[in-house]
Design a binder for this molecule. Structure first.
Ligand code: SAM
Ligand code: SF4
Length: 336
């Protein structure tokens, strides 16, 4: 007989895990220079969880007290039939926040149906407002299409839209203020994410390109007075937010290097292959796909596996830009 299941997930360090990031694909229509190598090998399709399996995983987590799920990838919106996953998730009792991270390339056609299906908030990546440079940074992206996607998301009235920007020294550092102005003009949030050493990319030296949140804040402070909205909390996530006083826009900084926020960590990730990752910066993981595909699969067994996995959630990550990364996974494989 199996033990009774708890109603919430708590790890060894007494952190409550109530947020799951589900990667629905490792594939992407872009190849951002900090995220992927130019030539990537993707996971064979039969190893990727089906949409039904992803739904099973989501339901198990929600029945264990998880209230927030983020769909991510790779690019979640290049997964075929993604709406047939989003629609039932939008109806899942107990799931308060269904949110999504996207590169924006498909939002011109999908923003309205996603909103209708119950996605509440959306994060859209945007690293440059210059078409040629945008193409260079993403290797394939079309800036006009992404801006049309951002505008479609605004028209679809998501509860919150946040732009995510990764700033690299010598590449788009000079666009920090333009990106802030773009967010201010549209009344949406923007977060600057420090680059993390996930995956080794030969043609890209992370130690040379790294820009700290403090450097970015100093650039923004040349034009705007930044009022702090407080320190990161479990609820708001790892971003430290500021307002400029002009409109609703919040400016956030996500600083895994300069500010360690592991003690607040309330999240786990599930890769597109169904690997439950307990920490972005460590390899501790549990294979949920093996449970899902076992002949004697039951939802109870999946939940017991998830509860058991909490014991291996590490206390913190140790990112270091100078050494060869310990983490050989790329961000698209992790589910960023
Ligand atoms: N394709 C979607 C997108 O780009 O928004 C979702 C997945 S992507 C991996 C999620 C976020 O991770 C993006 O905002 C991206 O800029 C960020 N990201 C990717 N690689 C990163 C890295 N090495 N360090 C920091 N952020 C990274
Ligand atoms: Fe694709 Fe997002 Fe990675 Fe860019 S950051 S390559 S859009 S998964």
């Amino acid at each position: 007989m199996m033990n009774e299941l708890p109603s919430v997930l708590i790890d060894r360090f007494q952190r409550r895990v109530d947020y799951v990031r589900l990667s629905v694909t490792d594939r992407c229509d872009f190849r951002c220079v900090y995220c992927m190598a130019e030539d990537m090998t993707f996971v064979p399709k039969q190893h990727i969880l089906t949409l039904e399996e992803i739904y099973e995983v989501a339901r198990a987590f929600v029945e264990l007290g998880v209230g927030k799920i983020r769909l991510t990838g790779g690019e979640p919106l290049v997964r075929n039939n993604i709406l047939s996953l989003v629609k039932p998730l939008g109806q899942l009792p107990g799931l308060d926040q269904l949110v999504l991270t996207s590169n924006g390339s498909q939002l011109h056609r999908l923003a309205a149906p996603l909103r209708e299906a119950g996605v509440k908030r959306i994060n859209i990546s945007l690293d440059s407002l210059q078409p040629r440079r945008f193409r260079q940074l993403t290797r394939h992206g079309n800036l006009d299409q992404v801006i049309a996607g951002i505008d479609a998301a605004i028209a679809a009235r998501f509860e919150r839209i946040r732009l995510n920007a990764v700033i690299l020294k010598g590449r788009n550092e000079d666009e920090v203020l333009d990106l802030v102005d773009f967010a201010l003009q549209r009344g949406i949030d923007i977060a600057f994410i420090e680059e993390m050493p996930l995956g080794l990319i030969d043609e890209h030296d992370r130690a040379l390109s790294f820009c700290s949140s403090e450097e970015l804040r100093a650039i923004i402070a040349q034009k705007y007075t930044l009022e702090t909205l407080g320190d990161p909390s479990g609820q708001a996530g790892p971003a430290r937010y500021f307002r400029t006083g002009a409109g609703p826009t919040r400016i956030g900084f996500i600083s895994p290097h300069s500010h360690n926020f592991c003690h607040l960590c309330n999240r786990v990730r599930v890769t597109a292959e169904g690997r439950l990752l307990l920490c972005l910066g460590n390899e501790h993981s549990v294979d949920l796909r093996a449970v899902l595909r076992a002949p004697d699969y039951t939802p109870q067994k999946l939940k017991h596996c998830i509860v058991g996995a909490m014991a291996s959630k590490p206390e913190r990550h140790h990112f270091n830009l100078q050494d060869t990364p310990d983490i050989v996974r790329f961000m698209n494989a992790t589910g960023g």
